[in-house]
Design a protein around this ligand. Structure first.
Ligand SMILES: Nc1ncnc2c1ncn2[C@@H]1O[C@H](COP(=O)(O)OP(=O)(O)O)[C@@H](O)[C@H]1O
Ligand SMILES: [Mg+2]
Length: 365
């Protein structure tokens, strides 16, 4: 069994690692023979923009999945003619466009942020009257890690915001003064659905810095699971689905969804009985799903962004695991992460304080 993965970053890397015990191979596609990829996933040399390459790639694999929603839909549709792709391109079409995504949340009665499509300066001005300040102007497609976004804090910033993003289709969102951010990772095969515990996510400048599993009240977890079920059922979904929410006054407001494994689920590698990566593989192959229970009461994951620390410095801490994505360092690039698992609350809190400082987390956004 060989799974073709569109994309070859850290998510493909971790899918590949999780596939190995099951004796399942993976293959990604890249046009650059020198591509270091992620250090783990084997490469097919070719471009998925080229039909012959794409077909040759598809004949070498049994089915396809993707590690990013930022793949041109035509490519995924074209692959679909050759090979089964999971999750399906129907959900990808929605999840890769912030406007469609928010409209779909509304269709399914999932609360979301106030939003307006923006295609001209006039529309932008009209939308700003409705949202007030601050508001966030975002590209509808191809954004990630806060890229393609501009926070408009006052009227004088409007022209600059529009100028910097005007070459793309846009959406304006009201700014949500949330109490916290959480995400739900759900997984579904053709018949069964399971959910991981909600995780609290701490971002800075639009990039996830760290995540901790929550012991949130059952009502928030149940509410999140109900919302996820609406989507999973509608799309007869197979694979991992992530939904990011803002929490305000104990209510969930959906921010965005990703039809794939997600950074806020990296903790599941060591902190859960079955990782999101293994469960994604099981789900797309329609194998029975594994337990999503956390293996420890306290689990956190810290991202390394821009620079990767000395491994020895952190590995001397008890109960941490280190992932190095084998990437070339670059500002704002995710290069690796560590997971911390603890049974003892005091130990956990002490180490989290140290690790927040260590990753240079600065509480002022
Ligand atoms: N409408 C909003 N109100 C408040 N904060 C927001 C809003 N939209 C985005 N953010 C902040 O920016 C982060 C990144 O934005 P998001 O829409 O999730 O895009 P990305 O695809 O880059 O993850 C969010 O996790 C949140 O911290
Ligand atoms: Mg996000």
């Amino acid at each position: 069994m060989k799974i073709g993965i569109l994309g070859s970053g850290q998510l493909a890397r971790m899918i590949t690692i999780a596939a190995q015990p099951l004796n399942i191979a993976t293959l990604s596609i890249s046009s650059d023979p020198q591509d270091r990829g992620n250090g783990v996933t084997p490469h097919f040399i070719g471009s998925f923009h080229n039909e012959a390459d794409r077909e040759a790639f598809c004949t070498q694999v049994d089915l396809l999945t993707y590690e990013t929603e930022n793949i041109p839909l035509e490519i995924v549709e074209a692959c679909r003619h050759n090979k089964l792709i999971k999750p399906s391109s129907d959900i990808l079409r929605i999840a890769q466009d912030r406007l469609f995504e928010k409209e779909e949340f509304q269709n399914l009665a999932i609360p979301t942020t106030e939003f307006y499509p923006v295609s001209s300066l006039e529309e932008f001005a009209q939308a700003l009257i409705k949202t007030g300040y601050p508001a966030i102007l975002k590209t509808r497609r191809f954004g990630y890690d806060g890229k393609g976004q501009f926070i408009v804090r006052q009227p004088s910033e409007m022209a600059q915001a529009f100028e910097s993003l005007k070459n793309s289709e846009l959406i304006l969102e009201a700014f949500v003064a949330f109490d916290k951010e959480v995400s739900l990772i759900a997984v579904r095969n053709s018949t069964e659905t399971r959910f991981y515990r909600l995780v609290e996510n701490i971002h800075q400048s639009g990039i996830l810095r760290y995540s901790k599993i929550t012991s949130d009240k059952a009502d928030l977890q149940n509410q999140a699971e109900r919302y996820a079920e609406h989507i999973l059922k509608k799309y007869d979904y197979q694979g991992v689905l992530t939904i990011e929410f803002f929490v305000k006054e104990n209510q969930l407001i959906a921010n965005e969804m990703a039809p794939r494994v997600h950074n806020s689920g990296h903790w599941t590698f060591e902190g859960s009985y079955t990782s999101q990566f293994e469960n994604h593989i099981r789900a797309i192959l329609d194998l029975p799903l594994g337990s999503c229970e956390a293996s420890h009461p306290y689990v956190a994951m810290f991202n390394f962004i821009g620079t990767l620390p000395e491994k020895a410095q952190l590995l001397k801490l008890e109960n941490v695991s280190f992932h190095d994505y084998a990437k070339i360092p670059k500002t704002d690039r995710k290069l690796g992460h560590i997971t911390l698992v603890e049974n003892d609350k005091k130990q956990f809190e002490m180490k989290c304080l140290f690790l927040e400082k260590f990753i240079g987390f600065n509480k002022i956004y």
